[in-house]
Ligand binder design. Structure first.
Ligand code: DGJ
Length: 717
């Protein structure tokens, strides 16, 4: 939560107080988009426009009778879902919000902040709507601050981050749902009258079934390059809710924010409730343009060290699980080196002594090296890695505990659980109560302690393998409805502290696969683990799904032995994002090893294009038995194309893929890379084509053999 704004914004002196209010228009603009508010004759604030940038901000009289309240309240004349609902300390359940003032300030040439202050005419309650507009990226953030000066606390039941209104003949909603090992399945449906909700009530690992992202297409379904839509996501790592309500006039309200489910908040006088940001972009050119907007925004603003490079790695989870010792690990360090990878990542199982972590039933929470497996400790391994000039990273799951652990024995009151019911486990573990400052210190000290003891430690994988059930915080006492919100704030407090002291240590966000992927957490993390499902065919769909909202450098893909496909196919699939390996390198035959070493070299040589290039999804796996996508460098001088054939039906034909994003007037050399030794290539040597040819005639890039792939490098002459 953006507490820092509180002090600034409550100082009335900074605001522009305005009389003659009904003429006021407040535009929030990026290079290509306008979102415009108007103060009505009734002093309320209305949204009057959201769409492509207007050549001129219209005269306010152009919007004579605005109808869409910017932030709809409850308890007076509103008949539909409110954005905010409050009960005052005297029990009065109504809220009205009138415009008071607004302020716009440019923080630099790209970012403009707008703050609109609203106030109830009867009660000392204020709501401040905050907008941050990123001009070049065409992305906006909206969040809300609620504050009051009543004598006693008020109860806030609903506190959306954003409310947007749309008027179109039809609305199509694209959502991304799933489960463990089947994340990000895309579904698109027409919205009909009434309410459709996408939400989570899972607390921790909150996005296990539903990722907090959506596309809303207006008029008709949008394609990759056509159609009008918004892409939206919430920067919040807990319960979220996107609510879409189509009313009797076919108008649509989109209300986005923390899920108010079981989360009414008692707000003390003078204290601010600050919501997380709703992050959204508008596109009149389909989903591809929206994704590229979000990717650029993410790299510039949304992700920890989004402009920096990432480390390739060898992980040991799927190769050893809990069964390893120093000898095995040092051999894996050798493999890391042999493969040309940057870092070795030691996964789960390295800790706990009284209840050794030899499976997932014990030891979680006891973060001391297991003396049997690691008699010389983590420090020894860090040094061994240094000797080989590779870096060393480590897995932790600091928010959780096994009941069979010393931590639980010492601090039974540190877990979230109902006092009067049997403990309920998921993966044999419980969630620690991160609302309790002592627990926050414990988690902070764990990471801080490790980085202090082992200064060479270069990477963390931060896991979170269960949701909340039987949710009850001993620490919160009679404020149990704060638990879901305060938990996430507790987590952010720890991460804030860690990032103050260690601003750049790369950290992978993991949550039993991709169970916690959002831009609230990504402010602290450099990347995320997309799914435990590493079967490359499944993975194409999962990575495709994430690619709509998250840039390639943040999506961790590992080459493993799930699936029976060739090492080439698995590697080519992993290479479209942040590549790593989690496979028995010592079981590779000579050709496989040579191929992987070459692929790692290619990846390093071309990673700037993958990480920072513009993504064009050319052929969707949801439409054909293949997937084709490409990245184009910002200067259009280098591109990399990935083509995957999942299956081929009798008589099926794959047309040329028409490339996108190149310069039509330039000549490009096209050559296949990542060739498996001894195999035929589509483009074995450089062939020259004009950008115009590549984008209009296209290239034959897809093999007709199931489970094959090609990676094609395209270089401007
Ligand atoms: C779940 C993660 O998704 C896996 O990658 C692995 O780290 C295991 N947890 C370890 O317990």
């Amino acid at each position: 939560m953006k507490k820092i704004y509180t002090a600034i914004l409550l100082s009335a002196a900074l605001f522009t107080f305005v009389s003659g209010q009904s003429d006021i228009l407040i535009p929030v603009s990026t290079h290509n988009t306008d979102l415009i508010f108007k103060v009505g004759n009734d002093h309320r604030l209305y949204q009057v426009y959201y769409g492509p940038k207007l050549l001129q901000t219209p005269d306010s009289k152009r919007f004579p009778r605005p109808v869409h309240l910017a932030y709809v309240t409850s308890g007076t004349d509103n008949l539909f879902e409110p954005a905010v609902r409050i009960t005052h300390n005297d029990g009065n359940p109504s809220l009205e919000l009138n415009y008071v003032s607004h302020q716009t300030e440019k923080t630099d040439e790209n970012v403009t902040n707008t703050h609109i202050r609203l106030k109830d005419p009867q009660h000392p309650v204020e709501v401040i709507l905050h907008f941050k507009a990123f001009a070049r990226e065409n992305v906006m953030e909206q969040w809300v601050e609620i504050v009051h000066q009543e004598k006693k606390p008020v109860t806030v039941y609903n506190y959306a981050s954003s409310l947007l209104h749309f008027d179109a003949p039809k609305y199509w909603l694209t959502q991304f749902h799933g489960d463990w090992a089947e994340e990000m399945k895309m579904q698109e449906n027409e919205l009909t009258s009434g309410i459709k909700i996408l939400d989570s009530k899972l607390g921790a690992r909150a996005h296990m079934y539903q990722t907090p992202v959506f596309f809303l297409s207006l008029n008709e379904k949008s394609g990759e390059n056509s159609g009008e839509l918004i892409a939206g996501t919430l920067g919040w790592s807990g319960n979220f809710r996107f609510l879409f309500e189509v009313d009797e006039k076919n108008s649509l309200r989109v209300i986005s924010g923390i899920n108010p489910f079981a989360s009414e908040y008692l707000l003390q006088p003078g204290k601010s409730f600050v919501t997380p940001p709703f992050i959204f972009t508008y596109s009149a050119q389909g989903k591809g343009y929206a994704s590229r907007n979000l990717h650029r925004w993410a790299m510039n603003y949304g992700i920890m060290d989004g402009k920096e490079s990432r480390l390739t790695l060898l992980n040991n989870w799927e190769t050893t699980y809990f069964d390893f010792n120093e000898e095995k690990l040092t051999a894996l360090l050798d493999d890391t080196k042999k493969m040309g990878l940057d870092l070795f990542l030691l996964d789960d199982g390295w800790f706990a002594n009284k209840y050794p972590r030899n499976n997932d039933r014990a030891g979680l929470g006891d973060w001391q090296e297991n003396k049997t497996k690691l008699p010389n400790g983590v420090g020894f391994l860090v040094k061994e890695a240094e000797k080989r000039a590779v870096k060393f990273g480590i897995w932790i799951e600091p928010e959780m505990v096994n009941p069979k652990s010393e931590l639980y024995e010492t601090h039974p009151d540190w877990v979230l659980k109902l006092p009067n019911r049997p403990e309920h486990y998921f993966r044999n573990q419980l969630v620690l109560d991160l609302i309790n400052p002592e627990v926050q210190d414990f988690v902070y000290n764990l990471v801080d302690g490790m980085l202090t003891r082992f200064p060479g430690l270069a990477f963390f994988k931060w896991d979170c393998n269960r949701m909340m059930t039987n949710t009850y915080s001993v620490y919160l006492k009679d404020r149990q409805s704060h638990v879901y919100v305060d938990y996430v704030n507790g987590l952010y407090r720890v991460l804030d502290r860690l990032r103050q002291k260690y601003p750049h240590v790369p950290m992978m966000l993991c949550s039993g696969g991709g169970g916690r992927v959002d831009y609230g957490a990504m402010r602290y993390f450099t990347e995320f683990w997309a799914s435990d499902d590493t079967d490359p065919v499944e993975r194409i769909y999962i990575q495709w799904g994430y690619s709509y909202f998250f840039p390639a450098l943040s999506v961790c893909n590992h080459v493993t032995s799930w699936g029976k496909q060739s090492v080439k196919f698995r590697t080519d699939v992993a290479m479209m994002g942040k590549m790593g390996f989690d496979i028995q390198v010592n079981e590779f035959n000579e050709k496989e090893l040579a191929f992987c070493q070459e692929a790692v070299k290619n990846y390093k040589r071309l990673s700037e294009v993958i990480w920072r290039g513009d993504l064009y999804r050319l052929v969707s796996p949801y439409e054909e038995n293949r997937a084709v996508l490409m990245y184009v460098s910002p200067g259009k001088d280098k591109a990399l194309l990935f083509s995957y054939t999942m299956n081929i039906r009798y008589g099926e034909n794959f047309n040329n893929a028409r490339l996108q994003g190149l310069d039509a007037t330039r000549t490009y050399a096209v050559q296949e890379i990542n060739q498996f030794p001894g195999t035929m290539s589509l483009y074995p040597t450089k062939r020259l084509y004009t950008g115009d040819y590549l984008m209009n005639v296209g290239l034959n890039v897809t093999s007709f053999q199931p489970l094959t792939s090609s990676v094609i490098e395209i270089t401007a002459e």
